[in-house]
Design a protein around this ligand. Structure first.
Ligand code: ADP
Ligand code: MG
Length: 221
């Protein structure tokens, strides 16, 4: 469960990325975070992942105050989440394999199992055979799918996906949403940011809509 309680984020330049956001996402839900560019979607996802701190308010993940997580408990919290950053945050001077393997490597999984899981995961996102490509040489859409594979590989409880279809054509975008749905059917809670209101409406899934850092609509919960 993800709970945002009166969360605001003021950036160093004095600008508010989010203002007084409150909502709850129950465990196992698939929820879209929507709104135009600049609405605050990326800010919100980065706050849940604890890549940034809120200026005010509380964020709870399964009842745990994320602000209280430090050191080992922060590592444990992050490992429960798979994040697809809007700007990918890949290790660009490393191969696709190295990037996707990372969450399993840090957990001490054996090389054989890692190799199998990376193959499966790349297949899922439509990148079979990309293991040895350098991330720096990939297109935007390919990088996006590598970032998704890395977020999924350790089967996190929570998936935070920031515009994961943003650089993809319609049919590849649909495939990626299907991959997220499959992870959701297997139990993951998914929060996916997209500016694509058409996508949100066509799936009829719950959504939170932001504008100018404020929550302006919450639908279908
Ligand atoms: N690091 C930052 N410093 C200052 N302002 C920021 C920073 N990151 C985002 N913003 C501002 O916060 C607002 C929300 O941004 P963002 O969360 O990226 O929106 P979205 O993902 O919906 O496009 C925007 O006006 C943006 O310019
Ligand atoms: Mg964004």
């Amino acid at each position: 469960m993800i709970q945002m309680l009166s969360v605001s984020k003021k950036y160093e330049d004095g600008y508010y990325g989010l203002r007084d956001i409150t909502f709850t996402i129950a465990r196992g839900k698939f929820v879209f975070l929507t709104g135009e560019s600049g609405a605050g979607k990326s800010t919100l996802l980065r706050l849940v992942y604890r890549a940034e701190h809120p200026t005010n308010g509380t964020i709870l993940v399964d009842g745990l105050d994320t602000a209280a997580a430090h050191g080992k408990s922060l590592t444990a919290l992050r490992r429960r989440m798979g994040m697809v950053f809007q700007d990918y945050m890949l290790l660009f001077d490393r191969t696709v394999f190295d990037n996707v393997a990372l969450p399993l490597a840090v957990r001490g999984v054996t090389r054989e199992v890692i190799a199998e899981e990376v193959d499966k995961c790349l297949d899922q996102v439509g990148l079979s055979g990309y293991q040895h490509r350098m991330c720096s040489s990939l297109s935007g859409g390919e990088k996006q799918r590598v970032a998704l594979a890395r977020a999924l590989i350790a089967k996190p409880d929570i998936i935070l996906a920031d515009e994961p279809t943003g650089n993809l054509d319609l049919s590849n975008g649909e495939k990626i949403v299907e991959v997220l749905h499959e992870a959701n059917r297997q139990g993951a809670t998914v929060l996916m940011a997209t500016h694509d209101l058409y996508l949100v409406q066509s799936t009829r899934l719950p959504f939170v809509r932001l504008r100018g850092g404020r929550k302006v609509e919450e639908g279908n919960f």
